[in-house]
Design a protein. Sequence first.
Lengths: 432, 90
Amino acid sequence: MLNRAALSLEQAPPISVPLRFFLTAPLFLLGAGLLLLAYGPEALASRWSPVTLALTHLLTLGFLGMIMWGAMMQMLPVLAGSPVPAVLGASGVSHLLLGGGVVALVVGFLLGSPLALSLALGALAAGVGLFFLVVALALWRAPAANATITAMRYALLGLLLTALLGGLLLGRLIHPFGALDSLRLTNLHLAWGLLVWVGILVLGVAYQVVPMFQLTPEYPPWMKRLLSHLLFILVLLWSPLYLFGGNRLAALPIVLAGLVYTLFALTTLRLQGRRKRRLPDITLDFWRLGMGLLLLALPAWGLGLLYEGWLLLPGVVVLGFALSVVNGMLYKIVPFLSWFHLQHRKLSLLGGGGPRVPNMKDFIGGWTLDWQFYLHLAALAMLLLAVTGWRDGAYPAGFFLSLSALMLWYNLFKAVRRFYQVRSELEQAIPG
Amino acid sequence: MEILLDVSDLEPCEPLERSLEAAGRLAEGDYLRVLHRREPRMLFPLLEQQGFAWEVRPKGPADYAIYIWRRDDRLAREFVHQALDADQAC
């Protein structure tokens, strides 16, 4: 196994590739917070309110999408030994198309503007198309598939289907056509987006980052081997049953998928309970919160069906899970990448000598991390109240979410600023 | 001579940092055996850049041994191969 899976440093994308996605994402989270503040209960009035649609897409496409795209472009060469082709150009263009597309989509929803919605459709279709193409090439060229690569392949197919369904719905909104039921298409769009694209990607990334950064034992091998296949098949099975059938039996695959996610959450919590170092860790707090919400997802879905006024509860619970784990992960990935790129820079400029590269903890840390967690927690608590009875909870939810987004951006910005400071110190230390 | 380094209980980025430091101190004929709970894929490009060779031996799902030596040190390479043969025989 000599020098197996050696990743040449030329294959690793420059740090600017993931950072541009990571630093843009909190701005969309801020947008979601401001929208809640401005519209209050109207933003959570129904699944079909344009403000609710704007809010959910700021969170899913704007925040989660940005981070997931950036993380995949960064992780693929390392995990798969397979670089993303033309990564600089592809990441720059797809970042612009995604960012611009989300802005146009939100404006289109809020103003009811067919022009803005058409622009959004064009930009998002081009952005998703480009991202899919380059990442699919990298994923399918990978010399060896591990559980994370398999999960990423399914997640990418999930993104494509979510986008196709979203594009169809958006097209019908701009110019009504076709006879298919919009409610059913929307539920399909949601299921593929949350259960396949977001959910399976979190699974695949968790297999790597939980043992690595939280010093836990590995996930059981059978689980890593089976779960993503199982989830993909369940959603695939459910889709035609739901779209064309609609009897109660059609819900069975979705309930089973919910049980699979419950198992994943329980396993993650159990592994975290057995971690080697029991030091306080903010990423762990975010992940435990996320897993707690994931455990509540299935009961929340049931409650949402039982009580008409609680229809948005499952959405808030599942989004709360995704926002929490992605937020927590950023606090490990950004300092680790900063350290890695600086270490590489130091070795190429100065060999073993020169100034020491700061530890990961020197890039991100301090009370602003804890406070961002509390603000995030408060925002989620207010959102849960707002969709289960206290409708005015939308205002404090917006307030806390906006502050949390600002503080997240500040924490990431501090890490990036430290990265450029140290890089310049290293360059100044070159002898002669 | 073998230099043993156990990084299996350390948080990132310390396993990489300590492995690089220890590798940098290797004298002629010495090799490093790093005990790690994961396959440290991010370490390999940094080792390659510094002129080291390495070999990975998975011992279990969370137990890896990584042998590291200077690429131009033939004596160290010989010792590594002897250690790997002995390891395989166990």
